[in-house]
Design a protein around this ligand. Sequence first.
Ligand code: AMP
Length: 249
Amino acid sequence: MKVLVPVKRVVDYNVKIRVKADGAGVETANVKMSMNPFDEIAVEEAVRLKEGGKATEVIAVSVGPAQAQETLRTALAMGADRAILVQTDAETQPLAVAKLLKALVEKEGAQLVILGKQAIDDDCNQTGQMLAALLGWGQGTFASKVAPADGSVTVTREIDGGLETVSLTLPAVVTADLRLNEPRYASLPNIMKAKKKPLDIVAPDSLGIDMTPRLKTLKVAEPDKRKAGVRVSDVAALVEKLKIEAKVI
Ligand code: AMP
Protein backbone atom coordinates (compact mmCIF):
# COMPACT_ATOMS: atom_id res chain seq x y z
CA MET A 1 0.00 0.00 0.00
CA LYS A 2 1.39 3.37 -1.07
CA VAL A 3 0.75 6.21 1.36
CA LEU A 4 0.73 9.84 0.26
CA VAL A 5 1.43 12.49 2.90
CA PRO A 6 0.82 16.13 2.00
CA VAL A 7 3.05 18.50 4.00
CA LYS A 8 2.66 22.26 4.01
CA ARG A 9 5.37 24.84 4.65
CA VAL A 10 3.98 27.32 7.17
CA VAL A 11 5.23 29.99 9.59
CA ASP A 12 6.82 28.10 12.50
CA TYR A 13 4.43 27.66 15.41
CA ASN A 14 6.86 29.40 17.80
CA VAL A 15 6.93 32.61 15.77
CA LYS A 16 4.87 35.54 17.03
CA ILE A 17 2.77 36.40 13.99
CA ARG A 18 2.87 40.01 12.77
CA VAL A 19 0.16 41.38 10.51
CA LYS A 20 1.41 43.34 7.49
CA ALA A 21 0.95 47.10 7.78
CA ASP A 22 -1.55 47.17 4.87
CA GLY A 23 -3.67 44.35 6.39
CA ALA A 24 -3.10 42.18 3.30
CA GLY A 25 -1.86 39.18 5.27
CA VAL A 26 0.80 38.16 7.78
CA GLU A 27 4.49 38.98 7.52
CA THR A 28 6.48 36.06 6.09
CA ALA A 29 9.68 37.86 5.06
CA ASN A 30 12.61 36.77 7.25
CA VAL A 31 10.32 34.60 9.34
CA LYS A 32 11.20 31.03 10.33
CA MET A 33 9.16 28.54 8.30
CA SER A 34 8.63 24.87 9.20
CA MET A 35 6.48 21.87 8.41
CA ASN A 36 2.88 22.30 9.59
CA PRO A 37 2.85 20.51 13.00
CA PHE A 38 -0.15 18.28 12.13
CA ASP A 39 1.70 17.20 8.97
CA GLU A 40 4.68 16.07 11.08
CA ILE A 41 2.22 13.82 12.90
CA ALA A 42 0.89 12.56 9.54
CA VAL A 43 4.43 11.77 8.32
CA GLU A 44 5.22 9.97 11.58
CA GLU A 45 2.09 7.84 11.24
CA ALA A 46 2.87 6.93 7.63
CA VAL A 47 6.46 6.02 8.52
CA ARG A 48 5.23 3.87 11.42
CA LEU A 49 2.86 2.08 9.00
CA LYS A 50 5.82 1.34 6.75
CA GLU A 51 7.96 0.18 9.68
CA GLY A 52 5.07 -2.04 10.79
CA GLY A 53 4.88 -3.64 7.33
CA LYS A 54 1.46 -2.10 6.53
CA ALA A 55 2.72 0.38 3.92
CA THR A 56 5.11 -0.24 1.06
CA GLU A 57 6.08 3.32 0.23
CA VAL A 58 5.61 6.75 1.81
CA ILE A 59 5.50 9.69 -0.61
CA ALA A 60 5.59 13.23 0.81
CA VAL A 61 4.00 15.96 -1.31
CA SER A 62 4.09 19.71 -0.92
CA VAL A 63 2.41 22.43 -2.93
CA GLY A 64 4.28 25.69 -2.66
CA PRO A 65 7.39 27.69 -3.51
CA ALA A 66 10.87 26.29 -4.23
CA GLN A 67 11.71 26.62 -0.51
CA ALA A 68 9.11 23.94 0.28
CA GLN A 69 11.85 21.51 -0.77
CA GLU A 70 13.26 22.03 2.75
CA THR A 71 9.95 20.88 4.22
CA LEU A 72 10.03 17.82 1.97
CA ARG A 73 13.64 17.06 3.00
CA THR A 74 12.44 17.08 6.62
CA ALA A 75 9.75 14.53 5.72
CA LEU A 76 12.42 12.44 3.95
CA ALA A 77 14.69 12.66 7.00
CA MET A 78 11.81 11.43 9.17
CA GLY A 79 11.54 8.36 6.93
CA ALA A 80 9.47 9.14 3.82
CA ASP A 81 10.85 7.32 0.77
CA ARG A 82 10.52 10.05 -1.84
CA ALA A 83 9.00 13.45 -2.35
CA ILE A 84 7.14 15.52 -4.91
CA LEU A 85 7.03 19.31 -4.96
CA VAL A 86 4.24 20.88 -6.97
CA GLN A 87 6.00 24.17 -7.38
CA THR A 88 4.00 27.38 -7.40
CA ASP A 89 4.34 30.88 -5.99
CA ALA A 90 0.56 31.29 -6.03
CA GLU A 91 -1.36 31.29 -2.74
CA THR A 92 -2.29 27.66 -2.06
CA GLN A 93 -5.99 27.37 -1.27
CA PRO A 94 -7.60 24.10 -0.12
CA LEU A 95 -9.65 23.39 -3.25
CA ALA A 96 -6.71 23.78 -5.65
CA VAL A 97 -4.47 21.73 -3.32
CA ALA A 98 -7.13 19.00 -3.07
CA LYS A 99 -7.40 18.88 -6.89
CA LEU A 100 -3.61 18.60 -7.24
CA LEU A 101 -3.50 15.87 -4.60
CA LYS A 102 -6.26 13.98 -6.41
CA ALA A 103 -4.21 14.09 -9.63
CA LEU A 104 -1.12 12.81 -7.77
CA VAL A 105 -3.07 10.09 -5.94
CA GLU A 106 -4.32 8.81 -9.30
CA LYS A 107 -0.88 9.06 -10.93
CA GLU A 108 0.86 7.28 -8.05
CA GLY A 109 -1.88 4.76 -7.31
CA ALA A 110 -1.87 5.66 -3.60
CA GLN A 111 -4.30 3.72 -1.39
CA LEU A 112 -4.12 5.94 1.67
CA VAL A 113 -3.63 9.69 2.09
CA ILE A 114 -2.75 10.98 5.56
CA LEU A 115 -2.99 14.76 5.86
CA GLY A 116 -2.81 17.08 8.83
CA LYS A 117 -6.24 18.00 10.21
CA GLN A 118 -5.49 21.66 9.50
CA ALA A 119 -2.76 24.00 8.41
CA ILE A 120 -1.86 26.42 11.21
CA ASP A 121 -1.53 29.36 8.80
CA ASP A 122 -4.98 29.39 7.17
CA ASP A 123 -6.71 27.16 9.80
CA CYS A 124 -9.00 25.98 7.00
CA ASN A 125 -9.47 22.31 7.99
CA GLN A 126 -10.80 21.63 4.48
CA THR A 127 -8.20 19.99 2.26
CA GLY A 128 -8.60 16.40 3.49
CA GLN A 129 -12.39 16.59 3.36
CA MET A 130 -12.34 18.11 -0.15
CA LEU A 131 -9.86 15.50 -1.35
CA ALA A 132 -12.04 12.65 -0.06
CA ALA A 133 -15.07 14.17 -1.81
CA LEU A 134 -13.21 14.67 -5.11
CA LEU A 135 -11.91 11.09 -5.03
CA GLY A 136 -15.22 9.62 -3.83
CA TRP A 137 -13.30 7.93 -0.97
CA GLY A 138 -14.24 7.49 2.69
CA GLN A 139 -12.63 9.81 5.23
CA GLY A 140 -11.56 9.49 8.87
CA THR A 141 -10.86 13.01 10.13
CA PHE A 142 -9.28 14.12 13.46
CA ALA A 143 -7.66 10.71 13.87
CA SER A 144 -6.11 9.76 17.21
CA LYS A 145 -5.56 6.13 16.16
CA VAL A 146 -5.14 4.52 12.74
CA ALA A 147 -5.16 0.75 12.31
CA PRO A 148 -5.11 -0.65 8.78
CA ALA A 149 -6.30 -4.21 8.19
CA ASP A 150 -6.91 -6.14 4.99
CA GLY A 151 -8.78 -3.82 2.62
CA SER A 152 -9.86 -1.42 5.36
CA VAL A 153 -8.60 0.99 7.97
CA THR A 154 -10.05 1.59 11.42
CA VAL A 155 -9.80 5.18 12.56
CA THR A 156 -10.50 6.48 16.06
CA ARG A 157 -11.69 10.08 15.79
CA GLU A 158 -11.55 12.86 18.37
CA ILE A 159 -15.04 14.32 18.49
CA ASP A 160 -16.73 16.75 20.88
CA GLY A 161 -18.21 14.19 23.25
CA GLY A 162 -15.29 11.74 23.23
CA LEU A 163 -14.02 9.24 20.72
CA GLU A 164 -15.71 7.74 17.66
CA THR A 165 -14.35 4.69 15.82
CA VAL A 166 -15.05 4.29 12.12
CA SER A 167 -14.05 1.55 9.71
CA LEU A 168 -13.20 2.80 6.21
CA THR A 169 -12.87 0.69 3.12
CA LEU A 170 -9.55 1.35 1.43
CA PRO A 171 -8.63 3.50 -0.46
CA ALA A 172 -9.29 6.25 2.08
CA VAL A 173 -8.34 9.66 3.40
CA VAL A 174 -7.28 10.22 7.01
CA THR A 175 -6.50 13.51 8.75
CA ALA A 176 -4.21 13.53 11.78
CA ASP A 177 -5.10 15.09 15.13
CA LEU A 178 -2.67 16.08 17.88
CA ARG A 179 -2.82 12.88 19.95
CA LEU A 180 -2.22 10.44 17.07
CA ASN A 181 1.48 10.14 17.91
CA GLU A 182 4.58 12.06 18.90
CA PRO A 183 6.64 12.78 15.79
CA ARG A 184 10.30 11.76 15.87
CA TYR A 185 13.17 14.19 15.48
CA ALA A 186 15.19 13.57 12.35
CA SER A 187 18.65 12.36 13.35
CA LEU A 188 21.75 13.83 11.70
CA PRO A 189 22.54 10.63 9.76
CA ASN A 190 18.95 10.56 8.50
CA ILE A 191 19.14 14.24 7.50
CA MET A 192 22.27 13.39 5.48
CA LYS A 193 20.59 10.33 3.93
CA ALA A 194 17.53 12.41 3.04
CA LYS A 195 19.64 14.62 0.79
CA LYS A 196 20.07 11.64 -1.54
CA LYS A 197 16.42 10.56 -1.62
CA PRO A 198 14.45 11.41 -4.81
CA LEU A 199 12.59 14.73 -4.89
CA ASP A 200 10.67 15.44 -8.11
CA ILE A 201 9.50 18.92 -9.00
CA VAL A 202 6.40 19.32 -11.16
CA ALA A 203 4.31 22.29 -12.27
CA PRO A 204 0.57 22.50 -11.45
CA ASP A 205 -0.12 22.81 -15.22
CA SER A 206 1.50 19.44 -15.87
CA LEU A 207 -1.22 17.93 -13.64
CA GLY A 208 -3.90 19.92 -15.47
CA ILE A 209 -4.82 22.02 -12.43
CA ASP A 210 -5.52 25.74 -12.45
CA MET A 211 -4.24 27.37 -9.25
CA THR A 212 -6.14 30.64 -9.68
CA PRO A 213 -7.42 31.55 -6.18
CA ARG A 214 -11.20 31.23 -5.66
CA LEU A 215 -11.11 33.09 -2.36
CA LYS A 216 -10.02 36.66 -1.78
CA THR A 217 -8.66 37.85 1.56
CA LEU A 218 -10.37 41.14 2.32
CA LYS A 219 -8.49 42.10 5.46
CA VAL A 220 -6.29 40.58 8.13
CA ALA A 221 -6.23 42.26 11.55
CA GLU A 222 -4.68 41.55 14.94
CA PRO A 223 -7.13 40.41 17.62
CA ASP A 224 -8.15 43.13 20.11
CA LYS A 225 -5.68 43.54 22.92
CA ARG A 226 -6.84 41.91 26.19
CA LYS A 227 -7.78 44.36 28.91
CA ALA A 228 -5.76 44.15 32.13
CA GLY A 229 -7.35 41.99 34.85
CA VAL A 230 -8.36 43.20 38.33
CA ARG A 231 -7.92 41.58 41.73
CA VAL A 232 -11.09 40.92 43.67
CA SER A 233 -11.16 40.85 47.46
CA ASP A 234 -13.10 37.60 47.95
CA VAL A 235 -15.24 34.96 46.28
CA ALA A 236 -18.44 36.91 46.86
CA ALA A 237 -16.99 39.90 44.95
CA LEU A 238 -15.92 37.58 42.13
CA VAL A 239 -19.39 36.04 41.85
CA GLU A 240 -20.93 39.53 41.89
CA LYS A 241 -18.66 40.68 39.04
CA LEU A 242 -19.31 37.55 36.99
CA LYS A 243 -23.05 38.06 37.44
CA ILE A 244 -23.39 41.78 37.02
CA GLU A 245 -20.41 42.95 34.91
CA ALA A 246 -19.51 39.93 32.82
CA LYS A 247 -23.07 38.51 32.84
CA VAL A 248 -21.69 34.99 32.45
CA ILE A 249 -23.46 33.33 35.38
P1 AMP B 1 -6.10 23.10 5.51
O1 AMP B 1 -7.31 22.54 4.86
O2 AMP B 1 -5.50 24.26 4.73
O3 AMP B 1 -6.29 23.46 6.96
O4 AMP B 1 -4.96 21.98 5.44
C1 AMP B 1 -5.18 20.67 5.92
C2 AMP B 1 -4.05 19.76 5.48
O5 AMP B 1 -3.96 19.72 4.05
C3 AMP B 1 -2.63 20.19 5.93
O6 AMP B 1 -2.36 19.77 7.25
C4 AMP B 1 -1.76 19.47 4.90
O7 AMP B 1 -1.64 18.09 5.21
C5 AMP B 1 -2.62 19.58 3.62
N1 AMP B 1 -2.23 20.78 2.85
C6 AMP B 1 -2.87 21.97 2.81
N2 AMP B 1 -2.20 22.84 2.00
C7 AMP B 1 -1.12 22.18 1.53
C8 AMP B 1 -0.02 22.51 0.67
N3 AMP B 1 0.09 23.72 0.13
N4 AMP B 1 0.90 21.55 0.41
C9 AMP B 1 0.80 20.32 0.97
N5 AMP B 1 -0.19 19.96 1.79
C10 AMP B 1 -1.13 20.86 2.07
